[in-house]
Design a protein around this ligand. Structure first.
Ligand SMILES: [Zn+2]
Length: 299
């Protein structure tokens, strides 16, 4: 009888201990950093990422087109309508229209907006077809309620966000006037101390060369966002230097498969070639925009 009670007592204590350990483990789990790749909500290519830090700061990179806005808003609403940091890689609408919608037409609080844009005249001269949207974006960033939040980072500037170091490896490149908008992409490296994530935006050939020349020793990263939606963006040499384990592809299905409507590899895009490069470089994991929103827990 006594022994039975003793055994029951031990079992009860062990159960309580187990419950406590699981709870502590779960709390720790919740404190992990999350990287979310947003998916396209229309057939148009887009790019949007969210990083949630250990203590729940919300960082957004780009966000997508008008049709992607509601999906992004769902995440922001869950974060009490507050965005701590918003990085805009460049002026193109497949990246920043959701931002313009939210900044203009919602009561979302955005604390910091990081951009690296040229003057309106530059876009009018070098990217005339898109100048109207660039002007709209620049005017919005100059609005009274938004302007105080806007920061133009210097090259190699480091921003500390909740234990994470964010380094600006590339800013606008006004001297590059071919493929003009894309080549102005801000290049941002997020480093948690254990994991590094490199965001390339729509970096092209010339800015790839510039990065290799000026930032070579800083390029190596665990995770890379594939430039220009996975095709005709950064060079193979740049990816070789980055040498990632994980690739983030902001590519809808037609672009991932180079499918212009007549099946795989029927289109003019270079995605299959880029996919082959990354395979050769030994990438172990690909996350693709076409597969829906993906949350990656990182250390
Ligand atoms: Zn783009």
């Amino acid at each position: 009888m006594k022994n039975k009670k003793k055994i029951l007592g031990i079992i009860l204590s062990l159960t309580i201990l187990l419950i406590i350990s699981v709870s502590i483990y779960n709390i720790k789990e919740n404190k992990k950093i999350e990287l979310i790749q947003l998916s396209n909500h229309t057939t148009t290519q887009m790019m949007g990422y969210i990083i949630k830090t250990k203590n729940d700061k919300m960082i957004i990179i780009d966000g997508g087109i008008l049709g992607d806005t509601q999906n992004l808003m769902n995440y922001i609403e869950k974060h009490n309508n507050k965005v701590d940091y918003w990085f805009l890689t460049h002026n193109h609408n497949d990246h920043v229209t959701a931002f313009t919608e939210i900044a203009k037409n919602s009561n979302v609080m955005i604390d910091n907006i990081y951009v690296s844009l040229n003057e309106k005249e530059w876009y009018e001269e070098h990217e005339r077809g898109r100048a109207e949207f660039s002007n709209y974006l620049i005017d919005l960033l100059n609005e009274e309620k938004i302007k105080p939040k806007v920061k133009t980072p210097a090259l190699n500037e480091k921003i500390q966000i909740d234990g994470m170091e964010v380094e600006i490896l590339g800013i606008r490149n006004p001297e590059i006037t071919q493929n003009p908008g894309n080549e102005q992409s801000m290049v941002i490296k997020f480093n948690t101390g254990k994991t590094s994530i490199l965001i390339l935006g729509d970096t092209g050939e010339k800015s790839s060369e510039k990065l290799l020349k000026n930032q070579k020793e800083k390029l190596k990263s665990d995770i890379v966002q594939m430039s220009h939606h996975g095709q005709s963006g950064a060079t193979k040499e740049l990816y070789k230097e980055i040498s990632p384990k994980i690739c983030l592809w902001p590519s809808p299905d037609w672009l991932w498969n180079n499918d212009s409507g007549a099946g795989e590899n029927s289109g003019p895009w270079k995605t299959l070639e880029t996919r082959k490069w990354m395979e050769e470089l030994g990438v172990t994991k690909n996350y693709i925009e076409k597969d829906g929103d993906i949350t990656i827990k990182i250390k």
